[in-house]
Write a protein that binds this ligand. Structure first.
Ligand code: ATP
Length: 284
């Protein structure tokens, strides 16, 4: 048996430039992985089958699971006829905007590459990842990256300055598709992606907080008022910059002082079920 960690990601920026002819949206996103992980295990089976096991009832145990799809693709492309058993100890909230499913898929590609000793490079794994979903290539290496195109064009950039990331997920799930359906590029307050890259280069914590911006936030907030309530609680507790991640509904803030991180955590604990204090991760 072999193990892999599948970390969650947060968006520092998320911009939608336009809708493409192929139906995807052209995006510009800065994302970073954090130390909130699903723990995954991989085991070879003698017979040609993919088995997915998870105790979380929201995680599909069939071909709808992105980890299943990753295993299927990997086996087909590598001509592997043995089966594989995938265990998912789910720690990342589901349908949260934290790319839990995408990260499980990426971890599956990394895990099977080790399990079957196929020695694929990160670039080759990213090319496979692109066939599974737009956020999966980013999750292969993680760290802080700029993702362009539909998310598959990746550039590693300076990482987040050291800080605590307080994450809170309201007790609702959001469908990414439903949010993107409402995107109107002309009506958006677009992030200054270049200014965020410069703030990261300068390790300017306040600059990073000032540039946090996600064009999907007003759309999801409009659907679920709980998100605005969490943002307000965080701000009241002294949070310097608060943003929704991905298509939501998860909200986070970046904090430098441990005492402040604790204060924000405590102000949210009774209000929503899933609250975490974590750190950003470096890329592998
Ligand atoms: P993103 O930020 O990439 O849009 P998300 O964090 O909002 O993703 P996920 O947690 O990946 O959302 O789950 C969205 C849906 O995908 C779930 O409702 C579930 O049915 C399905 N799904 C497929 N594979 C997985 C997986 N490995 N873990 C969790 N959900 C999965």
């Amino acid at each position: 048996m072999l193990f892999e960690k599948a970390p969650a990601k947060i968006n520092l920026t998320l911009d939608v430039l336009h809708k493409r002819d192929d139906g995807y949206h052209e995006v510009n996103m800065i994302m970073t992985t954090v130390d909130l992980y699903d723990r995954m295990s991989f085991e070879v089976l003698d017979h040609d089958e993919i088995v997915v096991e998870s105790e979380n009832r929201f995680v599909p145990d069939n071909e709808h699971n992105l980890a299943y799809q990753a295993a299927q693709l990997f086996k087909r492309k590598q001509g592997i006829t043995q089966g594989v058993k995938i265990g998912i100890d789910k720690q990342i909230p589901v349908a949260a905007g934290l790319a839990g499913g995408s990260s499980d898929a990426a971890a599956t590609l990394r895990g099977l590459n080790r399990l079957f000793e196929t020695n694929l490079t990160y670039e080759q794994l990213e090319a496979l990842a692109e066939e599974i979903g737009s956020d999966v290539p980013f999750c292969i290496k993680g760290g802080t990256q700029l993702a362009q195109g539909r998310g598959e064009k990746l550039t590693s950039i300076s990482q987040l300055p050291p800080c605590y990331v307080v994450i809170a997920k309201p007790n609702i799930g959001v469908s990414t598709k439903d949010v993107y359906k409402q995107v109107d590029v002309a009506q958006m307050n677009h992030p200054d992606t270049q200014a965020m890259i410069e703030a990261l280069d300068a390790q300017d914590f306040d600059g990073v907080c000032n540039q946090l911006n996600n064009v999907l936030e007003p759309i999801t907030v409009n659907m679920h008022e709980e998100i605005a309530q969490i943002k307000e609680r965080m701000e009241k507790a002294g949070a310097p910059g608060v943003l929704m991640s991905g298509s939501g509904p998860t909200v986070y803030t970046l904090v430098q002082q441990e005492a402040k991180a604790e204060r924000i955590y405590n102000s949210l604990k009774g209000f929503c079920h899933d609250v975490y204090v974590v750190h950003a991760l470096r890329s592998s």
